[in-house]
Design a protein around this ligand. Structure first.
Ligand code: ITT
Length: 209
């Protein structure tokens, strides 16, 4: 049997990183975090799409660290706000705002709007140190609530209501959210191809193994 592969989870978002770890549990990878490498420069997330930013984060980390890296770019698209906050989801209420401040700003913008339709999107990019990458993407549709509900999860989870389970993401257990979320669905596809991804990584980074 082939030895497990080192994989850097290239995110600074703790909520994301813990979901990604649980989604990868049982798979033959040795997970490394950005902070395992000490202070490293931050990549500029100035792409116009989730895809651009996921690729930037994964390829930058793989290149500077010399290991395969997985990055996630995601965000919330709200129909009545013309698709905002979208790729700007992380900075929606300013650089240093908290998750709660971002949720409250979005609820404020949605005041009086009857169309509450929204979707989370997620693009996962897996890059090797030469810069080439594979991507997986998925979407989950729901509604923006009138107020924050639930305390699980992270980010915009307390204001994203998922009608089939009649709960916000923040009212779900991690397992429930992983089964239906944008990230859970993107990882489902990734895991179905996991054997091929491992072969691809080994072919692209022969010197490491
Ligand atoms: P990294 O770039 O370091 O991964 P980030 O928080 O900047 O961390 P993004 O640029 O992808 O990540 O921004 C995504 C934003 O959307 C951020 O505010 C998240 O909290 C939010 N978000 C993403 N997935 C979410 C989820 O499953 N539930 C709630 N909010 C989510």
């Amino acid at each position: 049997m082939e030895p497990p592969i080192n994989l850097v989870i290239a995110t600074r978002n703790k909520g994301k990183s813990s979901e990604i770890k649980s989604l990868l549990s049982g798979f033959p990878v040795i997970i490394k975090n950005l902070h395992d490498f000490g202070p490293i420069p931050e990549v500029k997330e100035d792409g116009e799409t989730f895809d651009d930013n996921a690729y930037k984060k994964a390829s930058f980390s793989a290149k500077i660290l010399g290991f395969p890296a997985l990055a996630d770019d995601s965000g919330l698209i709200v129909e009545a706000l013309g698709g905002a906050p979208g790729v700007h989801s992380a900075r929606y209420a300013g650089e240093n705002a908290s998750d709660e401040e971002r949720c409250l700003k979005l609820l404020h913008e949605m005041n009086g709007k009857s169309n509450r339709m929204a979707a989370f999107e997620c693009v996962i990019s897996i890059a090797v140190p030469t810069g080439v990458a594979l991507t997986y993407e998925a979407r989950c549709e729901g509604l923006i609530t009138e107020k924050m509900r639930g305390s699980n999860g992270f980010g915009y989870d307390p204001i994203f209501y998922y009608p089939p389970l009649k709960k916000t993401f923040a009212e779900m257990t991690r397992e429930e959210k992983n089964r239906v979320s944008h990230r859970g669905k993107a990882f489902k596809e990734l895991k179905e191809e996991f054997d091929k991804i491992m072969v691809w990584i080994r072919q692209q980074t022969p010197k490491i193994f």
